[in-house]
Design a protein around this ligand. Structure first.
Ligand code: DX5
Ligand code: ZN
Length: 243
């Protein structure tokens, strides 16, 4: 069986979305302002409930508190079960994109509609072992597909190489859909993304890159809350990917 051809997305369309899971929680507003001023595109906001995943993080109150600190897209990744009850709260708190795991919803189509009805872009998140089949009947309702390249719950884990094959498969589906409908769906990757692998990940088809520890663990020498050099080096790597 032949693998689908690798089609790179134009570099200008690549988005870097630092996960504030690895930021300094004692000064999150400043971290958000600084990471965007350092050149990041989106803020990735990881919501964990100590039930769907074995960790507990931040909710709509923190999203609302951060909203005045940036005009950048707040990309809320829900690792919670159930999901529906909390979606309107995040929309009111200023989220722009809301993604959830299909295993965490009893009615995936309904949850996707709920996100859009609340004025946000909607997406599904696929754990490393979750098949892409969940995409089959809901492409119309999706604005973004997020592939996990680690098992969700913690920052700082290593990239699972099999995610590259899954990216190629997801890219083929998304491109076929775009050809049919003219509608673009983003393909985001989350977990273990860093300078050493971001170009390979882009070549496999990702256009939106979550990076937590790689960004917030690499503050500039001169300023512990600036991330210009690490974000610039991620972009330099992405620029090597041929369009
Ligand atoms: C994991 C989270 C990720 C994580 C990424 O459950 O969804 O967003 O923070 O962190 P790094 O980039 O350190 O793997
Ligand atoms: Zn995430």
């Amino acid at each position: 069986m032949s693998t689908p051809p690798e089609k790179a997305v134009p570099a200008a369309d690549y988005l870097i979305a630092p996960s504030i899971l690895s930021a300094d929680f004692a000064c999150l507003g400043e971290e958000v302002r600084n990471v965007i001023a350092s050149g990041a595109d989106w803020i990735h906001f990881d919501v964990m409930d100590n039930h769907y995943v074995p960790n507990l993080t931040i909710g709509p109150l923190v999203c609302e508190a951060l909203r005045p600190h940036t005009e950048a897209v707040i990309d809320v990744h829900l690792m919670v079960k159930p999901v529906d009850r909390i979606i309107p709260d995040f929309a009111k708190a200023g989220a722009n994109v809301i993604t959830f795991h299909p295993e965490a919803s009893e009615h995936i189509d309904r949850t996707l509609s709920l996100i859009r009805d609340n004025g946000c872009q909607a997406g599904l998140v696929f754990n490393p072992a979750t098949p892409l089949d969940y995409l089959d009947h809901v492409m119309e309702r999706l604005d973004i597909v997020l592939l996990m390249s680690v098992n969700p719950g913690f920052g700082g884990q290593s990239f699972i190489a099999e995610a590259l094959n899954k990216l190629r498969a997801a890219r083929a589906r998304i491109d076929a859909y775009a050809e049919r409908t003219g509608r673009r769906i983003r393909l985001e990757i989350d977990g273990g993304v860093k300078g050493a692998n971001i170009a390979e990940i882009a070549r496999a088809g990702a256009d939106t890159f979550v990076a937590g520890s790689a960004v917030f663990g690499a503050a500039s020498d001169s300023d512990p809350h600036r991330y210009d050099s690490v974000i610039a080096s991620l972009r330099t790597q992405l620029a090597t990917v041929k369009a």
